[in-house]
Design a protein around this ligand. Structure first.
Ligand SMILES: NC(=O)c1ccc[n+]([C@@H]2O[C@H](COP(=O)([O-])OP(=O)(O)OC[C@H]3O[C@@H](n4cnc5c(N)ncnc54)[C@H](O)[C@@H]3O)[C@@H](O)[C@H]2O)c1
Length: 309
């Protein structure tokens, strides 16, 4: 050690610090995805602060997490009620809430953003958090369709910025897409991979390209199903049956569209069409536009391609 310079020691210690496992996570956005990620992170021994714009939303988020944990406990500790209650209490003790994103980012290893899918709003949030978060803190977005590079551009930590794309429902879905931009450091990328594994998920490595892997394949597939319907080449019922029984998919494309949300799919395809207008796989659809304009977003509104009671 006598030969190591002061500069060398600094480099070693800062690198060791950055490589340290992610233990504390600030999740910004306590909606469907943020609450799910918070549940999984706390269940796997991470300390979580869940941030949203007001207490009412946060109350709903924590009640949702607790309800979901109760279902897990019922299965896991079938006839051991006390152990189940202890499991829920231990996990919930690791979830705190806040309406102040700035203070939540002041002492955390990872800021994971799951707010509204709007580039300007995400950039504004990260730009502000960048000023208060410690140097070692990694920033990640759960965006489904926006380029991570564009979101990261509002910060001065391009090397410590990546994507962590979870799937709904987060506690059930095993996959996490880990996205590195051309500026993401290997250290950061490795930390995000390790964090995903620590959550009990299976990560895959992705480039910062539209839709990453899953949505790049899934969205054009669902859009092609709508085009088949528009051309009158099959009814939605027959197309769904065909893909379930012929391709072994658990859901047909129209069932899946309704599950994902037609507003979400329209938002993604419109964004892609604007950026790549000549790509036939990324063309918008009149049928989709009409359903969304009528407020028929799928399961969540009670009607999409199908009706739900
Ligand atoms: N829903 C999905 O299936 C899914 C899957 C993967 C990724 N995503 C992505 O995850 C993100 C969140 O999606 P969601 O479905 O959870 O949305 P959601 O609408 O359920 O939740 C978003 C939450 O963010 C909060 N919020 C908005 N602006 C905020 C701010 N400035 N500070 C703190 N909180 C703020 C809202 O109040 C809301 O509670 C989006 O980027 C979406 O594209 C969604």
């Amino acid at each position: 050690m006598a030969f190591v310079t002061h500069q060398g020691i600094r480099r070693l210690s800062s690198s060791a610090f950055r490589n340290a496992a992610i233990k504390h996570v600030a999740i910004i956005g306590g909606g469907l995805m943020g609450a799910g990620i918070a549940q999984v992170a706390a269940t796997t021994g991470h300390s979580v602060v869940l941030v949203d714009t007001n207490e009412e939303i946060l109350k709903k988020s924590t009640m949702g997490i607790e309800g979901s944990l109760k279902r897990v406990a019922k299965k896991k500790f079938a006839d051991k009620q006390e152990a189940g209650a202890e499991f829920i209490a231990t996990v919930m003790a690791d979830v705190s809430t806040s309406t102040d994103a700035m203070s939540a980012a002041e002492s955390t290893d990872l800021v994971l953003e799951a707010i509204v899918e709007n580039l300007k709003i995400k950039q504004g949030l990260f730009g502000a958090l960048d000023k208060v978060a410690p140097a070692h803190t990694i920033f990640a977005s759960n965006t489904s369709s926006l380029p991570i590079t564009d979101i990261a551009s509002s910060t001065g930590r391009l090397d410590r910025f990546g994507g962590l794309h979870f799937f709904n429902p987060v506690p059930m879905m095993k996959l996490v897409e880990v996205i590195g931009t051309s500026a993401t450091s290997q250290e950061t990328f490795d930390s995000l991979l390790a964090f995903s594994k620590a959550l009990g998920k299976t990560p895959v490595s992705c480039k910062d390209t539209p839709g990453f892997i899953v949505n790049r394949l899934l969205v054009p597939y669902m859009m092609e199903a709508i085009r088949l319907l528009e051309r009158g080449h099959g009814s939605k019922e027959d197309i769904d049956i065909a893909m379930k029984l012929g391709a072994g998919y658990p859901m047909g494309p129209f069932e899946l569209l309704d599950y994902v949300g037609l507003d979400t799919v329209k938002f993604i395809i419109d964004g892609w069409a604007e950026k790549d207008p000549d790509n036939p796989l990324m063309q918008p659809s009149e049928v989709l536009k009409k359903l969304v304009s009528e407020g028929k977003f799928g399961k969540k509104t009670g009607e999409g391609f199908y009706k739900y009671k």
